[in-house]
Design a binder for this molecule. Structure first.
Ligand code: SF4
Length: 328
């Protein structure tokens, strides 16, 4: 750290103390100046940073104001009192923040931060499903474009999907686009779930064999699986839930040894908060989440790029679907 200004290091010493278990000193040396600059830019621009649980620890613990899963970020986006929102996450999350804050500047640091689920379905596909299953309401996962949300009756996240499905009071629902989430929810409800064929490219990689190997190599481990994993993986896990549910499980149950079958950075981020828990870390990275870096967050705040805009013709319907979810 010899080349860094001692002022920068001194200002951020407390911050480093927090993350030192997951970020070695030489790595922090490459982050400290950007962290310092971003903290100052947030003050001068009256900006807040919303970061998803899959962001890396220097973003999650270093510069973010609000952290959480998609549901929490959407809820908190309705309460933000700032001129500028930077979304450290993927594009659909920035669109959701913009839908809920049409008058604010919403920035996504890299426009290519997409999502395999969002890419798996178009508005025309939703219209086709409605024609094929007349009368069944459309529940759309938030991991979709605003244009797809606009074709939907209501949105859901992995944290509230069951509640949303059962709130509709119908015998069947069309649940888009995550096939595995739909199948996992179908096992918990009497409502008939009609699924699409989208998959998360991170969670679809986990297999029951992975779990067996982890259990063999790490006796006593508690296995938590995200519901975007295939149903046969969820069936072999000890618990399944959204990233917020997983975090809550670790917080309340304090398993001595745990593995989170989800994106890699999630374990790093909650390991910072639970030094007494041993995290086993098979690493499946989301290449889209990893497009967001301190450097491009700083650039976004310096240049106002990239501003998220939503066609007014679809914004009102998409907003209605998100707000209806938030009211459940
Ligand atoms: S982890 Fe999966 S669902 Fe989340 S942004 Fe990446 S591809 Fe999309």
């Amino acid at each position: 750290m010899a080349n860094l200004s001692s002022n920068v290091l001194a200002r951020n010493a407390q911050l480093y103390d927090r993350v030192k278990r997951v970020i070695p000193p030489p790595e922090w040396a490459t982050f400290a100046e950007d962290v310092d600059a971003i903290l100052e830019l947030k003050r001068t621009r009256n900006a807040v940073i919303l970061a998803h649980n899959y962001q890396t620890p220097e973003i999650f613990h270093g510069v973010a104001d609000i952290v959480g899963d998609s549901l929490l970020l959407a809820r908190e986006a309705t309460k933000v009192d700032a001129d500028v929102i930077v979304l450290a996450g993927v594009h659909f999350m920035a669109e959701t923040a913009k839908l809920l804050n049409p008058g604010k500047t919403v920035l996504i640091p890299d426009l290519k931060a997409g999502c395999s689920l969002a890419d798996s379905i178009t508005p025309a596909d939703v219209r086709l499903m409605r024609q094929r299953y007349p009368g069944a309401p459309v529940v759309t996962y938030v991991n979709t474009s605003a244009a797809v949300k606009a074709e939907s009756d209501i949105c859901c996240t992995s944290g509230n999907a069951l509640r949303v499905v059962e709130s509709l009071g119908t015998n069947s629902v069309i649940m888009l686009p995550d096939e595995y989430l739909a199948q996992n929810i179908a096992k918990q409800t009497g409502v008939k779930i009609i699924a699409w064929k989208g998959h998360c490219e991170v969670h679809e990689l986990f297999t029951p064999d992975d779990i067996r190997q982890i259990r063999d190599n790490h006796p006593g481990v508690t296995v938590l699986a995200h519901p975007e994993c295939p149903p046969e993986v969820v069936a072999e896990a000890d618990f399944s839930g959204s990233t917020a549910d997983m975090s809550g499980y670790v917080e309340t149950k304090r398993p001595p040894r745990v593995v989170l079958l989800t994106e890699c950075s999630m374990s790093d981020n909650i390991a910072v908060l639970h030094p007494d828990v041993e995290f086993i870390r098979p690493c499946n990275l989301c290449p889209h989440m990893k497009r967001i870096t301190l450097k491009n967050i700083r650039h976004a705040l310096e240049t106002d790029q990239h501003q998220v805009t939503i066609d007014p013709a679809i914004a009102a319907s998409a907003r209605r679907a998100v707000e209806r979810m938030l009211a459940v």
